[in-house]
Structures are given as structure tokens and as C-alpha cells.
Write a protein that binds this ligand. Structure first.
Ligand code: URA
Ligand code: URA
Length: 221
């Protein structure tokens, strides 16, 4: 029955575009759509990381967000709490959002390339990232944000396929994913290791703020 409704909703011959959109919305809210992705990710056994993790770290925030941040993968604290970006790098990202952009963290959506912690905080392996990326792509299609910010090299590599490009090169460019503008900046853990990245990161964030029409504070609090 559910499937039939979907077929009708998605069949452009039977319904006008407006009716199709309304029917799809009525059949499947964002909450329901995201829950389906979450449930599948919870049961996922497509790579080795599911066996060693404590918790799935699926995503955090507003399903109606204008802005989505994408990192690499959960660290120790994220694995324990099941929430992305809550450790040291996460606290810095939260500060960038709340003190820099002056919007609540809960107004954006935050996710990672891989949903399970790689052991010893190593980078995700290619097969792990490729096994997981479909969940992120579905999260993006549920939220359809106005802009995406990729944090660091892993996000750039696996969402956009630019595996040779440095962050320095990529941050000067604007990309698109499925018609959504994509900005690239340094990963907050890179900022913690190298404070020289702070200034360019703030410039990148301001570029995103201008794009979203957010007021730029003259001085950081
Ligand atoms: N680093 C990431 O890339 N993601 C997290 O969730 C935490 C740290
Ligand atoms: N190298 C990375 O992997 N990420 C950064 O953000 C900067 C350098």
C-alpha cells in the first residue's frame, strides 16, 4: 500500500508536478525519510567499522537547516555519545557556528563521511568511505540545504571526488553537489594543530554567511 502511494506520488503521468510534490510530502515527511536512513545505517554491516564502534554517529541538528557541515568521521567522544563533533574539534566547530556565525548549533545539520568511528582515529579507508557515503547523500537529499560546508580533505575527497586537491586550492573555489553550492574549508582539528588556519577559515565562513544573507559581525565575541 505504501509502495502504491509512492508510485502514484512519483508518477508524473498521473499527477501534476504540484500534486506530486504535495503527495510526496504527505506520504513521507523529512522526519520519516531521515528515520528510514537512520534505521538502515543502524543495521549496516557494509564495512568493518560497524563491528568496533560503540555508537552509530549518524548526524545532529535541524532537518530543515539551510546549512549543512560535513566532517570526516567520529572520534572517541563522538563514538561514546553517538553525536558528531562533540570532542575537542567539535567544540571548536560549535564555537565557529555560535560565536562566529552567531547562529545556534541546533539550527544547522552536522554529519560525517563515515558514521562509525575508525579505530585509533585513523582516516577512513577508501572502501569504508565508499560503503558509507550513500547514507550521507541520502541525508543531503532529505534536508536539501541551501549550502554545504565541507570540513577538510576527507569530506572533499569523498563527497566531490577531488582526491588530489588541497584545502588551500579548494577553498578558493565554489563547487556544487546536486545543485547545492558547496564551500570548502579547513577541518577544525587542523585549526587546533595549526592556528595559522584560523584566519582563512574565518574568511571562508564569512563567505558562507554572505551567501546565506547572515550579518557579518565586525568583531568576534
Ligand atoms: N572529526 C570529524 O570529522 N567528525 C566528528 O564528528 C568529530 C571529529
Ligand atoms: N589537511 C587536511 O586534511 N585537512 C585540513 O583541513 C587541512 C589540511
Amino acid at each position: 500500500m505504501e509502495f502504491l502511494k509512492w508510485q502514484c506520488a512519483l508518477n508524473p503521468i498521473l499527477l501534476s508536478p504540484e500534486e506530486t510534490a504535495a503527495a510526496a510530502k504527505a506520504v513521507f515527511s523529512r522526519e520519516q525519510a531521515m528515520k528510514q536512513v537512520f534505521d538502515e545505517a543502524s543495521r549496516c554491516a557494509s564495512c568493518r567499522l560497524g563491528k568496533s564502534r560503540t555508537n552509530l554517529v549518524f548526524g545532529d541538528g535541524n532537518l530543515y537547516a539551510d546549512l549543512m557541515f560535513i566532517g570526516e568521521g567520529p572520534g572517541e567522544e563522538e563514538d561514546l555519545q553517538g553525536i558528531p563533533f562533540v570532542g575537542r574539534a567539535g567544540q571548536l566547530l560549535t564555537k565557529i557556528i555560535e560565536n562566529g556565525m552567531r547562529i545556534p548549533r541546533s539550527s544547522v545539520y552536522i554529519a560525517n563521511i563515515v558514521k562509525c568511528r575508525p579505530p585509533e582515529n585513523r582516516e577512513p579507508l577508501t572502501d569504508e568511505a565508499n560503503a558509507c557515503i550513500g547514507y550521507l547523500k541520502r541525508q543531503i537529499s532529505v534536508i536539501r540545504p541551501r549550502a554545504i560546508v565541507l570540513l577538510g580533505k576527507t569530506a572533499l575527497r569523498y563527497l566531490l571526488g577531488h582526491d588530489k586537491m588541497s584545502i588551500r586550492e579548494a577553498r578558493a573555489m565554489t563547487f556544487e553537489y546536486e545543485g547545492i553550492p558547496v564551500f570548502v574549508t579547513y577541518h577544525p582539528s587542523a585549526l587546533l594543530r595549526n592556528p595559522d588556519y584560523k584566519k582563512p577559515t574565518w574568511e571562508d565562513i564569512q563567505r558562507v554567511m554572505r551567501f546565506l544573507g547572515l550579518p557579518i559581525p565586525s568583531k568576534l565575541s
